[in-house]
Design a protein around this ligand. Structure first.
Ligand code: NDP
Length: 462
């Protein structure tokens, strides 16, 4: 059990698989946050004014340095976030790929020339200045990289506030950035509570933009707080995504893939397809196949070979998740968990669930899936869209036209047909409705870290 309690000025970072203290850190407050913003502000002109090729070269060097420390970062992430080492390796691989992709950005920050009377107008994409990045604990360094890489490539300096539960890879990242030659003050990390450090970043007059991933509730408070200084904001928030399985689908493929789509990262995934809509007639066979797949999930020590699911992030998260599976809940499938310390929760499938029930409407952020039967295409679309969220989702059918028709009808930012994969470095990612606004990753991500400036040049002789 944890022996070092967190206090106002000390933070005990726990290992969720053991409940032991992994690291003790000083805890930042408003003064440290202000110092980080001041450092970022001081570093901004030099970073902005670097020749694009020089900024690109530094980001390529950073990418190489991260690659050299891939395994070290993956082990740290696996221990701190309680995720299987193989998953942590994959996520860190994506963080590295994200830096590689955006390292090419400084030299591709293009503007337009626009024909106008009397001269020429041209546009420039200018960096915003100091950008605050507030990130969650579920995919710590990979989500931070989605924000940091385009922000830095566009010439901004950053203050990253990771979640207090998982700050370790962010701190190591800052050291690696310095070693790779990124100038002092360009990357700053503040480890402290959201309600003090996060809020200060949102209010700080020298911060030009906040990029946030986390709960819809905190996202709404950030948008409201940022309004006072008209800060730019991008929000990547919660989800309650639908996995729509038609009876004419390759049922085996859909059912075998369904557990991973919701239990990956122990269900602590904003893209989790936690509402599995299955067409009547296919339901029994689907559940039978899904049960076999859930039986193959190995919950246990994140560092052990063969583990496919780790613990939840905290005791509080486990309590929240458990509240969605009360006595008498319709548990159709339940996996195994280890004994002893660790914030374990078994992969659990509830079926059948009515669409209005709490487990079917709220983001659970744990390994609990709801199976909801539907009659036809129209009902599937109505059920899938009956949510405040709109982040991702899947459609499984062998009818190509129906797949596209349903994908177009679903109110979500990232859809997959006969697949559950949502996130790629090279494609835009973000939500509809209360899943947020703005898009990360992909070819246009730097737009969200720049202002468009229009310059008119008179060429006409007077
Ligand atoms: P939060 O939204 O509270 O936390 C996300 C980040 O925001 C953390 O860095 C947190 O800091 C910071 N933060 C918290 N309050 C404020 C504030 N007032 N101003 C500025 N920053 C703030 O998520 P939780 O960790 O509490 O998780 C709760 C639920 O949110 C989950 O169960 C899940 O449903 C959802 N969630 C969704 C995520 C997603 O990927 N979309 C990710 C994480 C959570 P700190 O924690 O250090 O205090």
């Amino acid at each position: 059990m944890a022996t070092t309690p967190t206090s106002p000025d000390r933070l005990a970072v726990l290992e969720p698989a053991t409940e032991e203290v992994l690291r003790e850190l000083p805890r930042a407050g408003v003064a440290e946050t202000d110092a980080a913003v001041a450092a970022a502000r001081a570093a901004f002109p030099t970073w902005r004014d670097l020749a694009p090729g020089d900024r690109a070269a530094l980001l390529h060097r950073l990418t190489g340095h991260l690659e050299a420390h891939h395994e070290e970062l993956a082990v740290l992430e696996a221990r701190n976030a309680g995720k299987p080492l193989a998953s942590a390796r994959g996520e860190l691989g994506m963080a590295i790929a994200t830096f590689r992709y955006f390292a090419a950005g400084p030299e591709r920050l293009l503007g337009d020339t626009i024909p106008v009377a009397g001269g020429v107008a041209m546009t420039f994409r200018e960096p915003i200045g100091v950008v605050a990045l507030i990130t969650p604990w579920n995919f710590p360094l990979s989500i931070a990289s989605w924000k940091m890489a385009p922000a830095l490539a566009a010439g901004n300096t950053v203050v990253l506030k990771p979640a207090e539960l998982t700050p370790l890879t962010a701190l190591r990242f800052a050291e690696l950035a310095l070693e790779a030659g990124i100038p002092e003050g360009v990357v700053n990390v503040v480890v402290g509570p959201g309600r003090t450090c996060g809020q200060r970043l949102v209010e700080h007059p020298d911060v030009g933009k906040v990029a946030f991933t986390g709960s819809t509730e905190v996202g709404a408070s950030i948008a409201a707080g940022a309004a006072a200084t008209i800060k730019r904001v991008t929000l990547e928030l919660g989800g309650k995504s639908a996995n729509v399985v038609f009876a004419d689908a390759d049922l085996e493929a859909a059912a075998l893939a369904a557990p991973d789509a919701v239990f990956d990262n122990a269900g602590q995934d904003c893209c989790a397809r936690s509402r599995i809509l299955v067409q009547e007639g296919a339901l029994d066979r689907f559940l039978e196949l899904m049960g076999e797949a859930v039986g193959r999930i190995r919950v246990g020590d994140p560092l052990a070979e063969g583990t496919t699911m780790g613990p939840l992030i905290s005791a509080a998260q486990r309590e929240t998740v458990a509240s969605f599976v009360p006595e008498g809940a319709p548990v159709a499938i339940r996996g195994e968990v280890p004994d002893g310390p660790g914030f374990w929760f078994p992969p659990t499938v509830l079926s059948p669930v009515s669409p209005g029930e709490r487990a079917a409407t709220e983001e659970i952020f744990g390994p609990v899936a709801c199976v909801i039967p539907f009659r036809d295409e129209a009902e599937a679309i109505a059920l899938a869209n009956d949510t405040i969220y709109g982040l991702s989702g899947s459609v499984w059918t062998r009818d190509g036209a129906k797949a596209l028709r349903v994908a177009r009808a679903l109110e979500a930012g990232n859809l997959s047909l006969n697949s559950n994969s949502s996130v790629r470095v090279t494609t835009p990612f973000g939500g509809f409705k209360q899943s947020g606004y703005g898009r990360e990753l992909g070819p246009h991500a730097m737009d969200a870290y720049t202002e468009v400036k229009t310059v008119y040049y008179r060429t006409q002789e007077s």
